[in-house]
Write a protein that binds this ligand. Structure first.
Ligand code: TGC
Ligand code: FAD
Length: 416
């Protein structure tokens, strides 16, 4: 089969043309590496779920994602398909519209989606783990029935507002606040770096009440004084919509307060869910970079032979597959613990940090293996690499996760 470049050259077209990504998308030939036969640890259902999500990503995401990322646009038309493959609330019970799957399935779904693009996985993570999960875990029965089924189908989209302009790693210092005004609350403040905010129908907003306690509120688009300005000029997660949440005396009905949680453990409990998904997901991006570099190294010839035959390139590939395999083992075991409700926040934190660091290192090495072609949009590596610069920062930075492990093993707090 002719490569993209060969077909362009044979038609005497310019090698790089702004419009080419849409006309001639890269053929997605992805195969996932399984060096330690870990598939034997998955059930038939897990493998079926993986295959169906992989097929969907190959058909719907791979052909368009480069183009959307180049144009810094979120491919909104993918929302329906994401809902159909069970990406919105995979572990939420069926009676609330979720897929009722186990945590291994959730991890596998995130891995396959992030193999396509971290920004698309972000949308699914936020919807399932940061919007549906808090309503499921902390909401009233009325709130669950009102919102969850529509969030599961993508009829309603949500976002999660924890970070503020002055409070990122230290969310406990947030200043967004609400006051009791009789039959409603009045919300003031601002959130920053919020995935999905520009198009979300609802926002789960963490804010302090009059006694300084952190509570969760469901804020709906259309409430007077609530705006969601988009954040532009990102070099990372370009196919994901990011924005702010601004609250200017927003009247929030009292029934929109999440009744069953108070304190920072509310939002941090949601982060455990999302970080778990990222631990699986980032390895998907790593595997795509490895698979791309491996194939390229066998085709690309220099000095009369395939570059994959040079020892320095083999060293890179050998290290990549070793780190991927270690990461796969870690997330598989984490999945078992999560299914048994035994995974600790610190274990989840370690796996998130490890997977993202692994993926970033692999993306950087794989990029070099493709030489100049590595910086182009013909291959997914540079997009993964730039995306991962956000993934290593959000949901707790690499440093914060090191400190979480440090605290867990020493019992000594080093944050403050
Ligand atoms: P600290 O005093 O340690 O804890 C306060 C309360 O929270 C409890 N707790 C947890 N509960 C559940 N799960 C966890 N992981 C928890 N970690 C702590 C803790 O037991 C305590 O409970 P209680 O009952 O005693 O009050 O809190 P701290 O202020 O010292 O902060 C600790 C620190 C730094 C680890 C934490 O705040 C942190 O993780 N910072 C990072 C912030 C972060 O991850 N932000 C993410 C924003 S959301 C996002 O990025 C979405 S991106 C989505 C996408 O696009 O995919
Ligand atoms: P800071 O907290 O200011 O950290 C700056 C640097 O200081 C980092 O290197 C950090 O590791 C280091 N540092 C901080 N504290 C310590 C310490 N105690 N010891 C040592 N080093 C320290 N947030 C949401 O609420 N919802 C979202 O949907 C969301 N989506 C996001 C999407 C994108 C694309 C991005 C980039 C971010 C998103 N975030 C979201 C915000 C994200 O969670 C924060 O960026 C992250 O928590 C870090 O906060 P910060 O950017 O303010 O960095």
């Amino acid at each position: 089969m002719k490569s993209f470049l060969q077909s362009v050259k044979s038609k005497n077209q310019p090698i790089f043309d702004d419009q080419l990504y849409t006309k001639m998308p890269r053929k997605d030939t992805y195969e996932s590496p399984d060096y330690y036969l870990l598939d034997e640890l998955l059930s038939e259902e897990h493998k079926l779920i993986r295959q169906s999500v992989r097929d969907w990503v190959k058909k719907e995401v791979s052909p368009i994602i480069e183009d959307y990322a180049q144009r810094a646009e979120f491919p909104k038309h993918l929302l329906k398909g994401l809902a159909e493959i069970g990406a919105f609330g995979p572990t939420i019970p069926v009676k609330y519209g979720g897929a009722g799957l186990d945590y291994m399935s959730y991890g596998i779904i995130m891995q396959e989606i992030e193999r396509g693009d971290s920004g698309i996985r972000s949308t699914a993570s936020v919807q399932g783990s940061l919007v549906m999960y808090p309503i499921y875990a902390y909401g009233s029965e009325e709130q669950k029935h009102k919102y969850l089924p529509k969030l599961a189908t993508g009829e309603l989209m949500g976002c999660f507002g924890l970070t503020e302009p002055d409070q990122g790693s230290d969310p406990g210092g947030m200043t967004t606040n609400f006051k009791d005004a009789g039959d409603h609350y009045v919300l003031n403040g601002a959130k920053m770096w919020i995935s999905n905010s520009p198009f979300a129908d609802i926002a789960i907003v963490w804010a302090k009440d009059e006694s300084g306690k952190i509570r969760g509120l469901i804020v709906e688009r259309g409430m007077e004084g609530f705006t969601t300005p988009e954040t532009h000029n990102k070099w990372s997660l370009r196919a994901s919509a990011t924005g702010e949440l601004v609250f200017d005396n927003v009247k929030v009905p009292k029934e929109n307060l999440l009744p069953n949680v108070t304190g920072l453990k509310g939002p941090l409990g949601c982060l455990n869910q999302a970080r778990y998904g990222i631990a699986w997901g980032a390895l998907g991006a790593a595997m795509d970079c490895y698979d791309t570099a491996l194939k390229y190294s066998k085709e690309r010839k220099q000095f009369g032979k395939a570059i994959g035959a040079f020892q320095l390139q083999q060293k890179k590939l050998a290290e990549m597959i070793t780190e991927i395999t270690k990461g796969q083992l870690l997330v598989w075991r984490l999945g078992v613990l999560k299914n048994e409700n035994r995974a600790t926040p610190a274990q989840i934190s370690m796996s998130k940090r490890n997977s993202v660091e692994t993926a970033l290192n692999i993306a950087r090495e794989a990029r070099q293996m493709l030489g100049g072609m590595g910086i182009t949009g013909e291959y997914p590596i540079m997009r993964h690499m730039m995306n991962l610069e956000s993934v290593v920062t959000y949901e707790g930075t690499h440093d914060i996760h090191l400190l979480i492990t440090g605290l867990d093993i020493t019992g000594l707090e080093a944050f403050k």
